[in-house]
Design a protein around this ligand. Structure first.
Ligand code: MG
Ligand code: ZN
Length: 215
């Protein structure tokens, strides 16, 4: 009896996600849904990416968190349009939450929107938001077994960014093992090894992203 209810909730979410998509397309805004465990570096990746954007790419950010405005404050301090969604304990963002946030963003002045999802590798991928790309951020301290333990997340990603590359040796992180797990689930998925702290690899990720935005 529970399964039909879950399906109904998901399909209601899909409908609003499709409406969001129409709004994004009409405003010419390319949208990323960034998903990761807490502390993987989603906010750092957003800021490192924005630092490397050419002038004509004008970004905005939606920050999803259980509570607080810490990440949104960091982004606003750089003069970037940002809206905070506090989910009040809900473990993922959904399409209606995004819909509610959109009037608070200067959509006509933006062409790239980063949505930072709630830190959670379990259910965030089940809720479409209307984004163009689903990006999963992993990090060295989390360990190289993440694709094996959270397959749904990695299987549906359009790109995977492995952050904190400067700590790979410290955590004895086996990048090949991680990559093999990823390839099994999602063959050929674009994969970037970066350090937002040192800047290593971030340029490759940004170049790939800008290709998608232009296309
Ligand atoms: Mg964050
Ligand atoms: Zn959830």
């Amino acid at each position: 009896m529970k399964i039909p209810v879950v399906k109904e909730i998901l399909s209601a979410n899909e409908r609003v996600a499709a409406e969001n998509r129409i709004t994004f397309d009409a405003s010419g805004v390319f949208v990323l849904n960034l998903m990761a465990s807490p502390g993987a570096g989603k906010t750092s990746l957003i800021l490192s990416t924005i630092d490397r954007l050419p002038e004509e790419v004008r970004p905005g950010v939606i920050e999803g968190d259980l509570a607080s405005t810490i990440d949104a404050d960091t982004i606003a301090a750089r003069g970037i349009p940002v809206v905070q969604i506090n989910t009040g304990g809900n473990c993922h963002l959904d399409a209606p939450m995004i819909r509610t946030a959109l009037p608070d963003l200067p959509m006509d002045e933006m062409n790239l929107l980063f949505i930072e999802n709630v830190g959670n590798l379990v259910c965030t991928a089940n809720f479409a938001l209307g984004a163009d790309l689903a990006v999963v951020v992993a990090s060295a301290p989390e360990g190289h077994d993440k694709p094996y333990k959270y397959p749904a997340m990695f299987a549906s990603a359009d790109a995977v960014v492995l952050n904190k590359a400067d700590l790979l040796d410290v955590f004895e992180f086996d990048v090949d093992y991680f990559r093999r797990g990823l390839e099994m689930l999602n063959p050929g998925v674009p994969f970037f090894v970066v350090s937002c702290r040192t800047g290593d690899g971030v340029g490759d990720w940004v170049a790939w992203l800008l290709d998608r935005v232009d296309g």
